[in-house]
Structures are given as structure tokens and as C-alpha cells.
Design a protein around this ligand. Structure first.
Ligand code: ADP
Length: 400
């Protein structure tokens, strides 16, 4: 047993990347390392790791034809420094907990079996996530592996927000609105409370997590009221490559006219739609903002994204009976003032007024003095949230 301070490894597997972070310090609240393997499955995969406080870290070209190869590379790196890291647990972000799992918990063989059965709930993420967990179990059989579910935050939504308007029998079978980005939403609410006093996270709040995957959540007094994603993360606002909400009649139309089977339809709405589908050139909002003045397709894509987010804010403000705070977060929400401006434009009647300078410089509060709704920009940290949750499982606070 190493005498070094204990730490936790967090793993967050995406479709073509795996992010890692190591947290130590008091209640695992200090990030020691972060890194990622990108472009898994492509010839030019890369592995980057950076220590806290380091400017650059290292980047290596690696061979990672699949997720299992990628995770072995990460675990090799961990094992090289294992004594000094003194790992106590591995936390896995699991996107879908289905009807059975929501709160974070230790992974056992029964959970793996159940997650495998749940694969139809989330064929885009669960197979890779199970692969990551099993590889970690083989390499670190003595370490607890803990699953943190992205669906957890929304678990307490009112039933009316969970029901999908299809025959009720499916609801009983677990076909309902789950919602995702829950680790991010939990983090944002904690940050609101930390930075703005305990009242800041109360009242009527809309959280907008706008990254490649984008969703919004309506929260009243800390309780989830509604969210834009649904049974899968493909629902809600248009995203980088996902369509968001669609007319269900399209399934039959494409089956008849284009002989599109379910697999083809899934592939289209998850990988070839949204910003990429409409612009025909890029899924990255930076490229599209640059091209918009000269390319109508890029301009349409940006407009469609901002319009979708704005409409959802309107719907959620109605669900909440008004609005006290709006929070922008994730890659686009944190870094794209032009998108924030366009989303908020025309919402003055709601009491949303941005301060141009604060918005451009990305201050923590970007609303104008006197704006009835406070508009925040908060840098989300899903990995830190996972480390905190796992810390709580390993060392529960008394009376917590
Ligand atoms: P995810 O975690 O869902 O893959 P991110 O939260 O990293 O996605 O967000 C990715 C998005 O953020 C991309 O569309 C990218 O264009 C946008 N983004 C990242 N940095 C900037 C920036 N500096 N300015 C504008 N957009 C940015």
C-alpha cells in the first residue's frame, strides 16, 4: 500500500474519445491530471496528458483502433505512476441508467449484466462504456469501479415531463423521458450556490449545456422540472450532428421512399444531422460562425441552433412560471458570445438583458445591471462532479 495521498481516476468515454482525470486532495476535489485519447478508430489517434498547473503536458501519436486499445493505453500510463497516485477507485460516466439505475453506485457483475440488457436504450454509448468498465476490472481487479449516471439528475422530474405520448404500456416498460448531462447540471447548480450564495441555486433556473451534445434543463428550487433530451440524447435542440426533436412521421416516410431501416435512420439522426446536416460542411460552431457571412448553409445552421435554444428557453420559462436565472455552459455556452447574444436577443420581454461588454469578455455574470433575469456563464466540470460523488461514496460525510 502506497503512503501517498489517495486519488480517484475518472473516465468519460465518448464515441471517438476517452477523457481521463485524476483527482486528489481533500475529498478528491483537486484535479491532479487530465488527459484524453482522441480520434479512436482513425489512423491518427493521439494521447494527451497534462498535470495541473502544467501548460502543455505531453501529446503522443498512438495506435488506438478501438476503445479497448485506447483504455489499455490509459491504464498503462496509470500503472507507470500507480504508486505515486495511490488510486482508491475508478469512476465511470455512464450515460444511460435506464429504469433501474440512477444514483451512482459500485459496479458489480449484476450491474454489468443489466447494462448489457439495457443496450437498446442507448446503443450509441453503452457498448463502449461496458467495454471500458470490463477492461478496468481486468487490469485493476482490487479497485472499486463506480458508475455515475447522466440520467440521475432528472430522476425526480414530475411525471408529466417524463411521459412520452405513446401507449402507456411502454412507459411501464421504461420508455420515458430520462434526460442527460445530469453530472453537468448537478455541477452547475453547486457552482451557482457556491458563487452566488445559497439563494442563487434556488428559484426558477434554466441551465443550458451547449456543447457538441446540447440540452437544457428547467430547475425550480434545485428540483428538476423538465429537460430537452428524452429517451435518448438525440432529442431536444439541434446539436452538432444530432437532429434533436423531429416529426415522428419521418420514420415511415424514409422507410417508404428511401428504404431507410432503423439502423440507417439512427445513423442519420445521430451522425449526419444538426449543424453538420444543415451546413453540409462542419459540425463545429466556430467554423460555421466564420463561414456564415459568405455561406447561406452555415448561416442557416447557426440560426437554427440559436432559434432552437431560444424556443426551449421560452417553453421552460412557461413551465417554471417565470425565470430568475439562465446559465450558459459547455463548449459553445462558455466560449461563443455571438451564440449567447443571438439566443438572448428578443427575450427582453422576459426580463433578459445582456451587457455587451460582459458577454464579449465572458464574465461570470453577463446580464446588464437591472436585468430582471441574471444570466451566468459557468465552466462545467463533469469529471470533478464524478470525483465528488465517488468521494461521498467512499467516505460519506456524517449527517450528509
Ligand atoms: P462535447 O463535450 O459535447 O463533445 P464540448 O462541450 O467540448 O462538446 O463543445 C464543443 C463545441 O464547443 C464545438 O461546437 C465547438 O465549436 C465549441 N467551441 C469550443 N471552443 C470554442 C470557442 N473558443 N469559440 C466558439 N465555440 C467553441
Amino acid at each position: 500500500m502506497s503512503g501517498e495521498p489517495a486519488s480517484i481516476l475518472t473516465l468519460n468515454g465518448g464515441s471517438s474519445s476517452i477523457r481521463l482525470a485524476v483527482f486528489g486532495g481533500e475529498r478528491f476535489s483537486r484535479r491532479l491530471w487530465s488527459g484524453r485519447i482522441e480520434r479512436i478508430g482513425l489512423p491518427d489517434s493521439s494521447f494527451t496528458v497534462k498535470g495541473a498547473g502544467e501548460r502543455t503536458g505531453f501529446t503522443r501519436s498512438v495506435s488506438a483502433p478501438c476503445h479497448t486499445d485506447a483504455i489499455h493505453l490509459i491504464l498503462d500510463w496509470i500503472l507507470e505512476g500507480r504508486d505515486s497516485l495511490n488510486l482508491r477507485a475508478v469512476a465511470h460516466r455512464v450515460v444511460h441508467g435506464g429504469p433501474k439505475y440512477s444514483a451512482a453506485r459500485r459496479i458489480d457483475s449484476e450491474m454489468i449484466r443489466t447494462l448489457r440488457e439495457l443496450t437498446p436504450f442507448d446503443p450509441q454509448h453503452l457498448p463502449q462504456e461496458i467495454e471500458l468498465i470490463e477492461t478496468c476490472q481486468q487490469r485493476f481487479p482490487d479497485l472499486p469501479q463506480i458508475a455515475c449516471f447522466d440520467t440521475d439528475f432528472h430522476r425526480g422530474m414530475p411525471r408529466v415531463a417524463q411521459l412520452l405520448p405513446i401507449p402507456r404500456q411502454y412507459f411501464r416498460e421504461g420508455v420515458r423521458r430520462y434526460g442527460f448531462h445530469g453530472l453537468s447540471y448537478r455541477f452547475l447548480l453547486e457552482e451557482l450556490a457556491r458563487s452566488g450564495g445559497s439563494d442563487a441555486a434556488r428559484g426558477r433556473v434554466i441551465l443550458a449545456h451547449l456543447g457538441n451534445g446540447a440540452s437544457l434543463a428547467a430547475v425550480r428550487n434545485g428540483e428538476p422540472i423538465d429537460t430537452s433530451m428524452g429517451f435518448t440524447p438525440a432529442a431536444g435542440v439541434p446539436m452538432s450532428t444530432r437532429s434533436g426533436d423531429l416529426d415522428p412521421g419521418l420514420v415511415g416516410y424514409f422507410a417508404q421512399t428511401a428504404r431507410m431501416d432503423p439502423r440507417g435512420f439512427n445513423e442519420m439522426v445521430n451522425s449526419r444531422s444538426g449543424l453538420l446536416g444543415i451546413s453540409e460542411t462542419s459540425s463545429d460552431i466556430r467554423d460555421l460562425l466564420e463561414r456564415a457571412p459568405t455561406d447561406e448553409r452555415a448561416a442557416d445552421a447557426v440560426e437554427m441552433f440559436c432559434y432552437g435554444v431560444k424556443k426551449t428557453i421560452g417553453a421552460f420559462a412557461a413551465a417554471l412560471g417565470g425565470l430568475d436565472r439562465l446559465v450558459f455552459s459547455a463548449g459553445i455556452g462558455e466560449n461563443a458570445p455571438e451564440i449567447r447574444r443571438r439566443v438572448c436577443e428578443g427575450l427582453e420581454f422576459f426580463g433578459i438583458r445582456l451587457d455587451d461588454r460582459r458577454n464579449r469578455t465572458g464574465e461570470a455574470i453577463i446580464s446588464a445591471d437591472g436585468s430582471r433575469v441574471a444570466v451566468h456563464v459557468i465552466r462545467t466540470d463533469e469529471e470533478l462532479m464524478m470525483a465528488k460523488i465517488v468521494g461521498e461514496i467512499l467516505e460519506p460525510r456524517e449527517n450528509a
